[in-house]
Design a protein around this ligand. Structure first.
Ligand code: SAM
Length: 232
């Protein structure tokens, strides 16, 4: 997807792309390629593919989330910053927390934030399940793209979502179903599974939108498999 195609497709998502945003994405792309030679960040390196499969794909979140209503967002397993950094470029007012278990990726994100002059980003080197222990009910939105099974992601993420707010799992074509028991334990409900094709036949996507509706009695996140063994 070239820049004109990117602008046009993002426009169809309801976002008018500015020159500032294109400049920041170009710089982000350059850093991604430069650091990808030293640390493993992405298998996708062709510029047009990065604009489609990383940048455009990250922005598809607007299909299910109105970012004008989001003050705080946490991107779990953000890797090289997807979708978190792309959302920050387009919605600079969102206070963003990026969590990843690999410190070299967190270091890269520090370089990106500084180089792009992005403010209001907190970088956390931690496993999501550890981070969730001390950060309950903190965010309006938690996201995870290509990180783990949906039920596992829910278990790590729902405790850090504020009541009545949202989690979105960005998935390929499967793993969109969550058992009623898992949702019940996590006081959550699936509002929508938004299914669509990326432009240019680049793949099928599902956005699983989950709302936290009540209190969660878990003291700390545990694997859902363990919950089943020992009911709360
Ligand atoms: N979200 C990014 C994307 O879509 O390009 C990265 C996806 S990459 C396949 C998965 C990332 O999740 C890796 O950076 C990995 O270090 C991180 N990760 C996996 N399990 C995690 C956990 N339990 N807590 C925090 N990060 C985790």
């Amino acid at each position: 997807m070239n820049i004109e195609e990117f602008k046009s497709e993002v426009g169809r998502l309801g976002i008018a792309v500015t020159d500032r945003e294109i400049d920041l994405l170009e710089r982000y792309y350059e850093l991604l390629i430069e650091y990808n030679e030293k640390i493993n960040l992405t298998a996708i390196t062709d510029k047009q593919e990065v604009f489609l499969k990383h940048f455009y794909d990250s922005l598809t979140l607007v299909r299910v989330i109105d970012f004008n209503e989001i003050e705080s967002m946490c991107d779990i397993g953000t890797g090289a910053g997807f979708p978190g950094i792309v959302i920050k470029i387009f919605y600079p007012n969102v206070k963003l927390t990026l969590v990843d278990a690999l410190n070299k990726r967190i270091n890269f994100l520090n370089v990106v934030s500084e180089s792009l002059g992005l403010e209001g980003i907190t970088l956390v080197h931690a496993r999501a399940e550890e981070y969730a222990k001390d950060n309950r009910e903190k965010f309006d939105l938690v996201t995870a793209r290509a990180v783990a099974k949906t039920s596992t992601l829910l278990e790590y993420s729902m405790p850090i979502v504020k009541k009545n707010k949202y989690f979105v799992a960005m998935k390929g074509h499967d793993d969109t179903e969550v058992s009623p028991n898992c949702l019940n334990v996590l006081s959550s409900k699936v509002l929508k599974v938004d299914s669509f094709e990326l432009p240019k036949g680049a793949g099928f996507r599902n956005l699983v939108l989950v709302q936290r509706i009540g209190d969660i009695s878990l003291k700390y996140p545990r694997r859902y498999a363990d919950m089943k063994k020992k009911p709360l």
